[in-house]
Every structure is written in structure tokens, then in C-alpha cells.
Write a protein that binds this ligand. Structure first.
Ligand SMILES: [Zn+2]
Length: 107
């Protein structure tokens, strides 16, 4: 079973849809306030539309497919769902032992 963890760097449908929540709410708020400003309908009658819009975006985001989704690297390693971690780099070889007969190197 794969655990879904939102990832801003991912470009799958679910992650992209989740990113639309606040822009959609802000645009809706702007439209509602504009309608109120032009006396089309007062804002205190229309503000629940914000809740409806947030719910619709939430439903769309939770039902969107996760094909191609990439969890965070740490989650992938814990769950064992990601690519294997590269082996750690080998340490550099130790310097050759000092030979007094060759003198002290300059520098
Ligand atoms: Zn994703």
C-alpha cells in the first residue's frame, strides 16, 4: 500500500489540483466582492459559495489520479517505494607514509 504525501515538486494530477485551492478561493473571493461592490448581490448572501468552492476543489484533489506521483525522498526510503539509495562514496586512499630519505616536500 502506497502512502500519498503531497509534494510541491511533483507534477502529477493530484499534486497540481491541490495547488489550486488557494488561487481558486482568492479568485472566488474577488468575484464575490466585485459583485457586492456593483450591487449585484451582497457579500453576506454569497460568502458560503467560498465553502462550496473549497469543498469542490478538495473533492477534485482527493479523487485525482496519482499516476507518476513522487513522494518525498525520505518517505520513499521509509516505505521502500522509491529507488534504492546510491551507495555511499568510498573514502579517499590514505596518503603514502612519510619517507625521511626524500626530504620535506615544499609547499
Ligand atoms: Zn504528485
Amino acid at each position: 500500500m502506497e502512502v500519498y504525501v503531497p509534494n510541491r515538486a511533483c507534477s502529477c494530477t493530484r499534486c497540481c489540483t491541490r495547488g489550486l485551492m488557494w488561487p481558486t478561493i482568492l479568485v472566488t473571493l474577488g468575484v464575490l466582492m466585485l459583485m457586492s461592490e456593483f450591487d449585484v448581490v451582497r457579500f453576506h448572501y454569497t460568502w458560503p459559495i467560498l465553502l462550496i468552492v473549497a469543498g469542490v476543489v478538495k473533492i477534485l484533489a482527493s479523487s485525482a489520479p496519482t499516476v507518476g506521483h513522487h513522494n518525498h525522498v525520505i518517505v520513499d526510503r521509509i516505505m521502500g517505494t522509491g529507488p534504492a539509495a546510491p551507495p555511499p562514496p568510498s573514502p579517499p586512499p590514505p596518503p603514502p607514509p612519510f619517507d625521511p630519505s626524500q626530504g620535506v616536500p615544499n609547499g
